[in-house]
Ligand binder design. Structure first.
Ligand SMILES: C[S@@+](CC[C@H](N)C(=O)[O-])C[C@H]1O[C@@H](n2cnc3c(N)ncnc32)[C@H](O)[C@@H]1O
Length: 325
């Protein structure tokens, strides 16, 4: 299966922030939780010639293409690609490389353009294909979008469309699905697209975005449990940072961004010292948006493990002086 060159979102920003002040260091480790086409991984390995990069992906196409490119670009021995869901990464490191800590970790969430452009994966309504949507498409224990559409109770389907897609017509669409599947299972992207289209009032059927966009996003998030794995992995990744190590997370919708923002806030308030690198998320420049319109919803948040917490109380230093008297 072909795997096209991929545009790495906020690449320059991520590489600069994760590599700065490490130029003269030799024992430098990076990790990439979302290898994809390897854009961030290879840029990190390239930016710091003595670094080791530990990367993961769960998509068989990304992995196959990745192993080939690691060889081809001469990164053998420095880029270590593993087939796993990133939720297992912290445990994988503590089991297999127990003393390893990281200078920089990046996660560029969600699916890649490859998923949308490769029709038969069932992520896109632009192509007619079985409703699959599994990133880990080799894994038969993961339910497909068709399993969910044909088996979940109507109310649960409505909740998925509303919660993960913010689809206002969620109840109407779920009702229509429940009626339709009584007659015959809904098995393809086009069947689902036509059904959703029919649920929209005529004047909204030809709006700026396709009526199916929100439900397809919701289904994809549900199939891959994207929000659950994100929520589970962040505390583990934080614990893998060296002092001055940074974790950079790129999100593509408000549900993901809220999770990252809240977990970073919790970390800053905890006992281990962490500081936010940026209060407001970094977003793509105009130039990047022109080159890659798909990056328009990207937001980058970074957190750093620091040596000591900055005191929030500006008078604390004076009370310390007092204590020593
Ligand atoms: C947006 S793409 C990353 C693109 C990459 N940063 C690049 O520059 O080429 C996201 C990739 O992460 C993978 N992915 C998403 N969630 C994952 C998870 N929970 N575990 C492992 N891989 C995941 C997807 O399969 C996809 O290949």
């Amino acid at each position: 299966m072909s795997y096209k060159e991929h545009y790495s979102v906020l690449n320059k920003e991520v590489i600069k922030i994760l590599t700065e002040k490490r130029e003269d260091q030799t024992d430098v480790n990076f990790a990439d939780m979302t290898f994809g086409a390897g854009g961030h991984t290879f840029a990190l390995a390239d930016a710091h010639k003595k670094s080791q990069v530990y990367s993961v992906d769960q998509d068989p196409d990304a992995l196959k293409n990745g192993f080939k490119n690691i060889e081809e670009y001469g990164f053998n021995g420095r880029v270590h690609l593993n087939d796993m869901n990133f939720e297992s990464f912290p445990e994988f490191i503590s089991t297999n490389h127990s003393s390893l800590l990281f200078d920089g970790i990046v996660a560029d969430l969600g699916v890649s353009s490859h998923h949308f452009d490769e029709g038969e994966r069932g992520f896109s309504f632009r192509f007619d294909a079985p409703l699959d949507m599994r990133m880990d498409s080799d894994n038969d224990t993961v339910q497909t979008a068709a399993d969910i559409i044909n088996n979940y109770p109507e109310a649960e389907l409505a909740d998925i469309f509303f919660k993960y897609g913010e689809e206002k017509l969620s109840r109407r669409i779920a009702k229509r699905i429940a009626e339709q599947r009584e007659i015959a299972p809904i098995e393809t992207t086009k069947q689902l697209e036509n059904l959703i289209f029919g649920c929209y009032p005529k004047k909204l059927q030809h709006g700026r975005i396709n009526p199916s966009t929100k439900c397809f996003q919701a289904l994809r998030i549900k199939v891959n449990e994207e929000l659950d794995v994100l929520e589970k992995v962040i505390p583990g990744l934080l614990s893998l940072l060296k002092e001055n190590g940074r974790l950079a997370v790129i999100t593509f919708h408000s549900l993901e961004d809220r999770i990252v923002k809240n977990l970073f806030k919790d970390a800053v308030q905890g006992d281990v010292p962490y500081e936010l690198y940026n209060k407001k998320p970094i977003v793509p420049s105009h130039a990047e948006l022109e080159q890659n319109p798909r990056s328009r919803s990207a937001k980058l948040r970074i957190i750093e493990r620091v040596n000591e917490k900055k005191s929030k109380n500006k008078y604390a230093q004076f009370s310390k002086i007092g204590e020593n008297r």
